[in-house]
Structures are given as C-alpha cells and as structure tokens.
Design a binder for this molecule. Structure first.
Ligand SMILES: Cc1cc2nc3c(=O)[nH]c(=O)nc-3n(C[C@H](O)[C@H](O)[C@H](O)COP(=O)(O)OP(=O)(O)OC[C@H]3O[C@@H](n4cnc5c(N)ncnc54)[C@H](O)[C@@H]3O)c2cc1C
Length: 241
C-alpha cells in the first residue's frame, strides 16, 4: 500500500502573485511573500514539505494566531509526520521516518511475531527515536509520538522499545477516537474520576491525540457529562461500563 500524498490547488494563489512550488511557499511564521497573506494546512509548503495531516494544520494555525497577536518567539519548525490507518480490525500506524536512511548513524530495530501477526519497526538516530511503524497493535503510538517529539534520549529505554507488551484498556461504549481506540465510556469514566479539563481528558485517555478530528466530540462529551453531574437530583450519574 502506498500513500503518495496530495497536490494542493494553487492556481488562485499563483495568479495572486504568491510564490509557489508544489504548494504556497511559507516562512517560519507561515507567512507568504505577501506579508498580508498566510498559508496553513495542505496548501502550505514549508522548507520543501507539505503536511497532509490535521495535526500539522492545527500546529501551524497556532503559530499564525500567536504571531498575529504579537508573540514572535514561537515559530514553526515543521510537524511530525504520522498516519493511522482507520480500518476496522486492522491496526497500522507510522510516525516520523519510516525508511532507515542509508547512513550508519541510523539504526533500524525490527520485531516480528508471525503467529500474533505483529510487526514493529523503530528507527533510531543518535540514541533517539526518529520513526516507527506498528502493525497489528498500535498501543504504543502515543508513547512513541511523545518520544519522537520530545527527542528523548533512549539509553536503557531502548530495550523496552520493542518489548513493552502493553495492553490497552478496552473500548467502552460508542467509539469516539479511532486513532487510539477510545470509547465514550472510557471518557465518561475518566470524567467521573475527576477529570474536568478538555486537554487533560485527551492526554489521559489518548482520545484526540492522533489526527485530532474527534476533539470537538470529546469536548461535547465532557461538557454533557459535567452538566449531568451538576444536577444529581434530576439525572442519574452517567455510567458506561
Ligand atoms: C479521505 C481523507 C481522509 C483523511 N484522513 C485523515 C486522517 O485520518 N488524519 C489526518 O490527520 N488527516 C486526514 N486527512 C487530511 C486532512 O483532512 C487534511 O490535512 C486537512 O483537512 C487539511 O486542512 P486544510 O484546512 O488545509 O484543507 P481543507 O480541510 O481541504 O479545507 C480547505 C477548504 O477551503 C475551501 N476552498 C477551496 N477553494 C476555495 C475557494 N476558491 N474559495 C473558498 N473556499 C475554498 C474548501 O471547500 C475547504 O473547505 C484526510 C483527507 C482525506 C481527503
């Protein structure tokens, strides 16, 4: 299976005088050659890269919003490429570099369990995880994402990388996040345990931490559940098990 990317529609940008290659060329603040025009999302070309994921569009939007508010200390440095195949019964995801460069500074560590139909590949550079592919079980997606984004030195963690054998909490209720397999019940349970913050709820459960498209639904569930909890006399405590 090959994912070959997308080609943005840049005719309008071109005829407006914006400098384009495959996309609209932007600088560290997502600004085009016209200072009044910014480009984010799939149309923006940053240092030769076009990012076809919603997480990148969100990160870019944040930089532009901060810049327009006068905060120039934070600038865009690129996004981590990550893809999760959303096909029922098939776990497949990739993060960062997926092919080991032909360079001795990079190492490839592969684990295959044919009986369990499980494959895991990690690419390491200077003792830091820079890419991974998980097939058959994507439980470690969030951990790997955090290791790559934080550029954590692996040291003895390297041994755990391939052998963590973690099991995930089963999906409870209606599936909300198909990237990280989180159900409505998993969210409600965390809220009942005391979580009241949207971002914290995402971090605790993993919902919204993949492509991010379910974050509005997570927020709705949080607000609805907190509202119900405010009226204990009229509504029963929501419980999904
Ligand atoms: C089938 C599919 C599945 C995907 N799955 C995932 C996924 O699982 N995870 C993930 O991270 N990403 C996924 N993506 C990619 C993700 O949707 C895009 O990266 C993201 O939507 C890009 O946001 P954007 O704002 O740049 O562009 P868009 O979301 O495409 O928004 C562009 C908007 O501009 C409007 N527009 C276009 N031309 C004009 C015009 N001339 N005047 C006015 N309006 C105009 C369009 O109607 C559209 O609303 C998927 C994409 C597709 C197509």
């Amino acid at each position: 299976m090959f994912a070959i990317g997308t080609v943005p529609n840049i005719e309008l940008a071109k005829t407006s005088g914006l400098i384009c290659r495959r996309g609209v060329i932007v600088d560290d603040y997502l600004q085009t050659n016209d200072p009044n025009v910014f480009a984010i999302g799939e149309i923006a070309e940053f240092k030769g890269m076009l990012y076809g994921i919603t997480a990148a569009a969100e990160q870019q939007a944040e930089i532009v919003a901060q810049y327009l508010n006068g905060a120039i200390a934070k600038y865009y440095t690129g996004s981590l490429l990550m893809n999760i195949l959303k096909m029922h019964g098939t776990d497949l995801c990739s993060l960062g570099i997926t092919e080991c460069p032909d360079d001795p500074a990079y190492e490839e560590v592969v684990f295959i369990d044919k009986a369990k139909r499980y494959y895991k590949k990690c690419i390491i550079h200077n003792d830091r995880l820079v890419g991974a592919i998980l097939i058959g079980d994507k439980n470690e997606f969030l951990e790997y994402r955090s290791l790559i984004e934080s550029k954590t030195e692996l040291s003895e963690k390297r041994l755990q990388l391939l052998r963590s054998g973690k099991t995930q909490e089963p999906v409870i209720g209606k599936l909300v996040c198909s990237c990280n397999n989180v159900g409505e019940g998993n969210l409600v349970n965390k809220i009942n345990e005391g979580c009241k913050d949207h971002l914290q709820l995402c971090q605790l459960t993993g919902a919204g931490m993949g492509c991010g498209s379910c974050r509005p639904e997570v927020k709705q569930i949080l607000e609805k559940t907190l509202d119900i909890k405010k009226e204990p006399s009229t509504s029963p405590q929501p419980q999904l098990v």
